[in-house]
Design a binder for this molecule. Structure first.
Ligand code: NDP
Length: 327
């Protein structure tokens, strides 16, 4: 496993990390979660991603119980949580980054995770109804109090992050240092769009999510929705259309010869492809079983096999570049 600096911070994150969205509590009990985390950790993963809203707090409870049982040295791993959607419907408790909610949020997360601090805390989405200044001060205080060591954003625009950085600089507060955007072969809008100039200027970190587009890029949906997959889960109907979209499935099929040439699985090609982007600090992987973790961790070995020519072929498949033979 290789490690990359998290933007311009002094900490280094494993190129592949491990997250709990959808899986923990819903698909994985503490025992399975623990086994998957152990498989990742043994492969060199040092960052575990979570959020308050995942399984309504239960995902943090599962990860907290797993940490307790695993008894890893606290200095040997990084853990995160995120706030925005909240756990209750109260007027000040959902879809917000107000000060009260953020501070109550971090206290609740630390209790569920059974930790004294998290390493990274994210604003899970931007909140246009709370002044950014209020959010920046609250995040600064969370860091000052030692409840989190660094703070960041998730799916904020470059303009919003720049505003937060400017407010922090003006008041000598802790600045956000990392963004958590979606990034995979299908979803490139931000990482290859408005973030490029911003990342260059600020050397911001990025912990990217859904690298397999919820499993679509593993090729498992080529013949319908497998019974034991995310696409078959109750409550995830909104995903089904995306996982069975014919245009998307044709693109995945077109990747197969490339994976074959490289002697790897489609999932490994898709994960390794994310790592070719120099602005990615870590690719957060997800899994519902230990075998997937083993398979995914080997993606790190594929990165150097992806030549510029293969990157171009992938761009042609995804319509980002034209095939020069078509001219
Ligand atoms: P992926 O797109 O990689 O999807 C992971 C899912 O794909 C697994 O749970 C599994 O689902 C399937 N899968 C994984 N590996 C394989 C394999 N080798 N072969 C076949 N199927 C496989 O990532 P996630 O969408 O889970 O996102 C990763 C992490 O990113 C999350 O856990 C979370 O920490 C973070 N995240 C952050 C968000 C944000 O807003 N900041 C939003 C979403 C995620 P199954 O077996 O059930 O089909």
């Amino acid at each position: 496993m290789k490690y990359r600096h998290l933007g311009k911070t002094g900490i280094r994150v494993s190129e592949l990390s491990f997250g709990s969205w959808v899986t923990f509590h819903t698909q994985a009990d503490v025992k399975l979660a623990l086994n998957m985390m152990a498989a990742a950790y043994e492969a060199g993963v040092n960052f575990f991603d979570n959020a308050e809203v995942y399984a309504s707090g239960k995902s943090e409870e599962v990860m907290g119980d797993a940490f307790k049982k695993l008894k890893w040295r606290r200095g040997s791993y990084l853990v995160s949580t995120k706030f925005y959607w909240g756990l209750h419907d109260g007027i000040n408790e959902k879809n917000t980054l107000n000060r009260k909610r953020l501070i109550e949020g971090i206290n609740g997360s630390l209790e569920r995770l059974q930790l004294d601090y998290v390493d990274l805390v994210y604003c899970h989405r931007p909140d246009p109804t709370t002044p950014i200044e209020e959010t920046v001060w609250a995040m600064h205080n969370i860091v000052e109090w030692g409840k989190a060591l660094y703070w960041g954003t998730s799916e904020w625009s470059a303009a919003e992050i720049t505003q937060a950085i400017e407010i922090a600089e003006r008041h000598h507060l802790h600045k956000p240092v990392v963004e958590q955007p979606q990034y995979n072969m299908f979803e490139r809008k931000r990482m290859e769009g408005d973030y490029v100039r911003f990342y260059k200027e600020h050397n911001y970190g990025s912990t990217i999510w859904s690298p397999l587009a919820s499993g679509l890029l593993s090729g498992k949906y080529q013949n319908g929705i497998p019974k034991d997959s995310r696409g078959a889960l109750k409550g995830y109907d909104w995903l089904k259309d995306r996982l069975t979209n014919e245009t998307s499935l044709a693109k995945v099929a077109a990747l197969e010869p490339i994976a074959k040439e490289l002697g790897c699985k489609l999932s490994q090609l898709a994960l390794a492809w994310c790592l070719k982007n120099p602005f990615v600090s870590t690719v957060i992987t997800g899994a519902s079983r230990v075998e997937q973790v083993h398979e995914n961790m080997k993606a790190a070995e594929v990165v150097d096999k992806i030549t510029p020519e293969i990157m171009d072929r992938i761009d042609v498949i995804f319509g980002v570049k034209k095939n020069e033979d078509d001219d």
